[in-house]
Ligand binder design. Structure first.
Ligand SMILES: Nc1ncnc2c1ncn2[C@@H]1O[C@H](COP(=O)(O)OP(=O)(O)OP(=O)(O)O)[C@@H](O)[C@H]1O
Length: 261
């Protein structure tokens, strides 16, 4: 059942095994609607594996993931995008040869109604829809801080702009939940600060819920209201960033071992 005020996503006893390795060990995890939540933990803790299960890239070995009242386990990635989960990747995965605006249009494709016949025949309805999509894509690029990059090849953009373009493409899918996998990796301190402000703005203005994987504790402290900590596939702690920073088990498993910040 859809709960309009409580949790947007509820994962229950999510388990993922790769042969003998348990990458998600019966994880219970909930994301409150409208919140910004960080998933942290050492390398190999199972953070990306968890993202991949939410987005249908991996199917859990067992467990349930309910998004906005709908079970997503068993659904393919494109169906989960249509339900309203958009993501960016740890290693930027833009279509490098396409322009910035074309990348955004690819993201928007799942929200367009024209079928294949309409696209081939290019009926007036299709042309109107395409023009409107172009306009929305331009607006999104401006919104994401790329006002003069529309026709530039994605692969030739500066690194920080490629990260912003990935967010623009994810927003183009019309998500309710935005997943960001290490969004500030490789950014300088100013770009990072701008990005934190941007994530808050997106959440507030577009009414989104955000889950991010992040290594930099300064970013975690600056951006998120809650944190969940994974270690060897297990959830070892959950709380506000301040609670997490003071948690002995987290310090032992992660923060004491050279986490940035
Ligand atoms: N497709 C796969 N096949 C086999 N093992 C995998 C696969 N994907 C992930 N793993 C393993 O699962 C564990 C968790 O990996 P995962 O990438 O989820 O960790 P992570 O917390 O995202 O790490 P990082 O911070 O380094 O990105 C690792 O031991 C990894 O080797």
């Amino acid at each position: 059942m859809t709960d309009s005020s409580g949790d947007l996503l509820v994962a229950t006893r999510v388990r993922k095994e790769f042969g003998g390795l348990v990458a998600s060990n019966d994880i219970d995890f909930a994301i409150p609607r409208g919140s910004i939540v960080s998933l942290i933990g050492p390398n190999g803790a199972g953070k990306t594996t968890f993202f991949n299960q939410i987005t249908g890239v991996y199917q859990p070995t067992s467990g349930s993931i309910v998004f906005d009242g709908v079970e997503v386990v068993g659904k393919p990635p494109h169906a989960i995008v249509e339900l309203g989960i958009g993501r960016t990747f740890q290693n930027i995965r833009l279509f490098a040869q396409m322009t910035a605006i074309e990348n955004v249009l690819v993201g928007m494709h799942c929200r367009l109604s024209s079928g294949i016949i309409g696209s081939i025949v290019r009926t007036p309805k299709v042309r109107r829809e395409e023009a409107a999509a172009h306009e929305r894509a331009r607006e999104l690029l401006v919104y994401c801080g790329l006002p003069r990059r529309h026709e530039q090849q994605a692969g030739s953009l500066p690194y920080g702009d490629q990260r912003r373009l990935e967010v623009a493409r994810a927003l183009a899918t019309g998500p309710k939940l935005l997943l960001l996998d290490e969004p500030t990796a490789g950014m300088n301190p100013q770009e990072t600060a701008d990005f934190i402000a941007f994530v808050h703005r997106v959440r507030d203005e577009k009414g989104l819920t955000v889950l991010l994987i992040e290594h930099d504790m300064k970013v975690v402290m600056g951006v998120s209201e809650r944190c969940t900590v994974l270690d060897y596939g297990e959830k070892i702690a959950e709380g506000t960033p301040a609670e997490i920073q003071a948690n002995e088990r987290v310090i032992e498993a992660y923060l004491g071992k050279g986490a940035t910040g």
